[in-house]
Design a protein around this ligand. Structure first.
Ligand code: NDP
Ligand code: 8X3
Length: 250
């Protein structure tokens, strides 16, 4: 029986590349995001390779999350793999200048949203005593960088949740792990800089950043290990990057 994976944030970047990779590898997909037209486009493209079901919801809305997961039809109801990927940075300001709206967005999406989705998916994994949850953390969850303050806090929280979840779900045989990328060129910086394309591009200028596809390959490697192998925590950076602040640019 083919496995079914639910991917949050499948409409762009790492999540989209993971959906494409999983489709090529024959996994069945439940794809989530807020942008309906992108979900429709993905459904149309990837249905040529696998079964695809799409769900539109905002991870910040706990009732919408619960309702969406509960609405999944029977033939997709068994979720074997959960990729907790939806998230973004909002702003890059020193703490004394940061916007409350940006802080709310990052903590509500990256931390609370991840928890709401997990809470809705977990009961079936617990009752089956099987499942695999992968968190997309970040190097920002391993070290704090200037002006990263609240985004880094949200990703440090993902790191703690990854560890806590692995401990609590150990008794059920559920695999839990995190993939923590460094600089990946996606829509991430466009969102962080509120549509300022030039500033977003400058983040990846003068070196070869990771692409969503690079992270998708790694996520597929993680989910395709034999059941007794759980990759608990993995950090991946472009070769040009040594830490959050050290990047060799031409
Ligand atoms: P993108 O901006 O390209 O993708 C973000 C995805 O998250 C989109 O599909 C978006 O879908 C979804 N999303 C955002 N907010 C919400 C929301 N409120 N409700 C539901 N879905 C939401 O960025 P990336 O692919 O780079 O980011 C994916 C993950 O990777 C994030 O958790 C990010 O923190 C992490 N990461 C990124 C790195 C990078 O350098 N790019 C490095 C390390 C980690 P939609 O707008 O349709 O809702
Ligand atoms: C994304 C990587 O360095 O822009 O999490 O925070 S970074």
């Amino acid at each position: 029986m083919k496995k079914t994976a639910l991917i949050t944030g499948a409409t762009s970047g790492i999540g989209r590349a993971t959906a494409e990779n999983f489709a090529q590898n024959g996994l069945r997909l439940i794809l989530c995001g807020r942008r309906q037209e992108r979900l429709d486009e993905l459904q149309q493209a990837l249905s040529k390779q696998t079964d695809v079901y799409t769900l539109r919801f905002d991870v910040r809305d706990k009732d919408a999350v619960a309702k969406a997961i509960a609405s999944i039809p029977d033939d997709f109801a068994q979720i074997d793999i959960l990729i907790n990927n939806a998230g973004n940075a909002h702003g890059l300001d020193p703490i004394d200048e940061g916007s409350l709206d940006d802080w709310d967005a990052m903590l509500d999406i990256n931390v609370k949203g991840l928890l709401y989705v997990t809470k809705a998916v977990l009961p079936q994994m617990v009752s089956r005593h099987s499942g695999h949850i992968i968190h997309i953390g970040s190097t920002a969850g391993k070290e704090v960088y200037p002006r990263g303050n609240v985004y880094c806090a949200s990703k440090h929280a993902v790191d703690a949740i990854n560890q806590g979840m692995r401990i609590d779900l150990n008794q059920y045989g559920i695999r839990v792990g995190a993939v923590n990328p460094g600089l990946v060129e996606t829509e991430f910086s466009e969102v962080r800089f509120k549509g300022d394309q030039e500033r977003a591009k400058s983040v990846y200028a003068g070196f070869k950043p990771l692409l969503g596809e690079d992270i998708a390959d790694i996520i597929y490697f993680v989910v395709s290990r034999p059941y007794h192998v759980n990759i608990a925590d993995l950090v991946v950076m472009p070769t040009a990057q040594a830490s959050s602040t050290i990047v060799k640019r031409s």
